[in-house]
Structures are given as structure tokens and as C-alpha cells.
Design a protein around this ligand. Structure first.
Ligand code: UDP
Ligand code: MG
Length: 325
């Protein structure tokens, strides 16, 4: 097999042993399609990067056995369960294809839609996200997800229906630009769009979960919302924290200064009392807060000049993966 595949498929999995045999068969069948091959300029080759996110069942053992039969299959096992974001980040680090496609391991995503995603990508997009238009999940998942998608669409102005679909196709450069932490995989289209990439979506088929159960309950809504502010901050202001804190500082200072000026003018020209006026304390408070914001901004600026980003995960071992990458 040539060392650089044109397509990298990344599948994060956490205890999905019942689904994996069928998934691998479906993927390999889908990869044989001529229509898919025709989308690439170079001879078609692919790698299937299976990311074991700390599974404790037979998932990892099954993949290991497959590697002997199918040289395209590669395994990266994380040291423990770090979560889907970390698993995807690990996949992105080891992927070497020009085009990278992610899909879930639980058979809810259809490997045969990979060619539709890639075809859309080749129209000139950098990221194509799946849209589970007909979503086959219980209401406890679809309702929070609807709220999440509507909020994210309104707050970001990005016109997607389904930000958090497991099925996505990326150009290599998008994957290289993503610095994923926490639970940020839900905001990948936002990060990409704000980094200047062309993002779009296409409707994809979505199956009900056949085996096992979902790893994400309704409790994910609020952490998700906080992640939004993190995403906002790191995409817009990480490299210039002073633009954020400086603005807050300026607003606070102008308000505090205005109040102090008002009190001073009252004293000098109209002989009004200075002490015993609650508004004076507000003015003082606002000026102090302004100094605080300014200092935080400055500290932030210093930090951005001295950060080395470390990933959120550690790798236990890799099988059949080029370690030089
Ligand atoms: N997953 C993972 N690590 C986790 C949780 C989930 O790698 O900590 C994988 C999981 O095995 C599946 C995909 O992420 O392949 C999506 O998870 P799930 O199907 O539970 O999410 P849902 O479809 O219910 O939103
Ligand atoms: Mg699922």
C-alpha cells in the first residue's frame, strides 16, 4: 500500500463491540465504489483510523485482529476514556489523507454517504457536515439537540441545521487548523468557519442505534453552552485578549470617569456634597474594575506570547500507524 492515502476515515469508538464487525464490512464495501474513486485525482487509496477511546469491552481486540486481514485498518488506543473530542483530535493528528472523513462507530452513520460528502467537498468547500434531517433518536436527544442547533445558529450566524453530526468531510488543512479541547467537537463547523474556511452541509441518512446505548445523555446541554463561550473567546480573542478585556476596561472606565466628573463639577460649581453620595462609590468601583480588566488583558497578552499547546489526551499504543507523524 502506498504510504500516503488520499482518503482518511476516522472512527472514534467507546465500547461498540457489537457494531464494529458490521461497520467494518460496510466501510470496506463503500470504499470499493467506483463513483468514490472517480472523485480523486490520484489513484484511490484509503486508511481507516480506528480510535479506541478507552474501551473496556472487546472492541479493541476485534480491530487488532482485523489489521492482519485488512492493511488499511489502523488503530490508535487512548490511555483511558478521554471523550469524543479527544478521540477525534487524536484521529486528526494521525490522519495523512488529503481528505479526512469522520463517522460514528455505532452504525447510525451510513458509510455509503462518504462519497456524497466528498463530492460536495470537491465542489470547492473545505468542510462538509452531515445534516441528520430525518433523525432516528429518542426525544430526549432530539429536543436538546434542536435547542442547541438553533442557539448556535443564532449566536454564530452560521447557517447549519446540525452542527454536531458525526459524519463530516474535511480538507487536510482544516483538520490541521483545529485545536480541539474539552467537548468542543460540537463546534467544529464554527471553529472552521471562523478560521476562514468554506463550510456547508448536506442531508444524510441516519439510522437508529442498533446495539449498545448512547454515550451522551441530556446532561450535556449546559457544559455545551459554556463551551460556546470558550469557542467564541479562542477564535475571536485568543491571539489578542486585549481586544476583549480592553473594551470592557474602556467601557467601565468611561462610565466611572463620567460619574466622578459629574460629582466633581457638582462640588466645584454648585457646592454639592461629595461624601454621602452613593453614586460616588459606583464611580470609584467602575474605575477600579476598569483597571482590573486592563491588567487581565495585559496578562493575557503576555500569556499568548508564551504558550505551548499540549493535547488533551495521551496515547497508549498505536498499531500499524506511521509514528513519525
Ligand atoms: N464516543 C467516543 N468516546 C466517548 C463517547 C462516544 O469515542 O466518550 C464515540 C461513540 O463510540 C460513537 C460516537 O462517539 O462512535 C458517537 O457517540 P454516541 O453514538 O453515543 O452519540 P449519539 O449518536 O448518541 O449522539
Ligand atoms: Mg450514535
Amino acid at each position: 500500500m502506498p504510504s500516503n492515502p488520499v482518503l482518511s476515515l476516522i472512527v472514534p469508538f467507546y465500547n461498540e463491540e457489537e457494531s464494529l464487525p458490521m461497520l467494518l464490512d460496510q466501510i470496506c464495501q463503500a470504499m470499493e465504489e467506483q463513483e468514490l474513486h472517480a472523485l480523486f485525482e490520484l489513484p484511490f487509496t484509503f486508511e481507516l483510523l480506528m480510535i479506541d477511546d478507552g474501551s473496556t469491552d472487546g472492541s479493541s481486540g476485534f480491530i487488532r485482529k482485523q489489521i492482519d486481514r485488512r492493511p488499511e485498518v489502523k488503530l490508535v488506543s487512548l490511555q483511558k476514556n478521554f471523550g469524543k473530542t479527544a478521540a477525534l483530535a487524536a484521529g486528526f493528528r494521525y490522519a495523512s489523507g488529503e481528505v479526512v472523513v469522520t463517522l460514528d462507530a455505532d452504525l447510525q452513520d451510513d458509510p455509503f454517504t462518504v462519497k456524497e460528502l466528498v463530492a460536495k467537498l470537491q465542489e470547492g468547500y473545505d468542510l462538509v457536515s452531515g445534516w441528520k434531517r430525518q433523525r432516528n433518536d429518542p426525544l430526549s436527544k432530539t429536543i436538546p439537540s434542536r435547542i442547541f442547533n438553533t442557539t448556535t445558529r443564532l449566536l454564530t450566524g452560521i447557517e447549519l441545521h446540525d452542527f454536531n453530526c458525526g459524519l463530516k468531510a474535511y480538507r487536510k488543512k482544516v483538520v490541521a487548523s483545529l485545536d480541539l479541547h474539552g467537548e468542543m467537537h460540537r463546534y467544529i463547523p464554527v471553529l472552521a468557519e471562523w478560521n476562514g474556511f468554506r463550510v456547508t452541509e448536506i442531508p444524510v441518512k441516519h439510522n437508529a442505534r442498533r446495539f449498545g446505548r448512547t454515550k451522551f445523555g441530556a446532561s450535556r446541554v449546559f457544559p455545551g453552552l459554556f463551551d460556546f463561550f470558550t469557542v467564541l473567546f479562542i477564535t475571536r480573542y485568543l491571539r489578542q485578549p486585549m481586544h476583549f478585556f480592553g473594551m470592557l476596561s474602556l467601557i467601565s472606565f468611561l462610565a466611572g470617569f463620567g460619574i466622578s466628573l459629574y460629582v466633581t463639577i457638582g462640588k466645584i460649581f454648585f457646592n454639592q456634597a461629595v461624601v454621602n453620595r452613593p453614586i460616588l462609590f459606583l464611580g470609584i468601583l467602575l474605575i477600579i474594575v476598569a483597571v482590573q480588566f486592563f491588567s487581565i488583558g495585559l496578562l493575557g497578552e503576555m500569556l499568548t506570547r508564551d504558550t505551548s499547546s499540549t493535547p488533551d489526551y495521551t496515547v497508549r499504543e498505536t498499531v500499524n500507524v506511521d509514528e513519525d507523524r
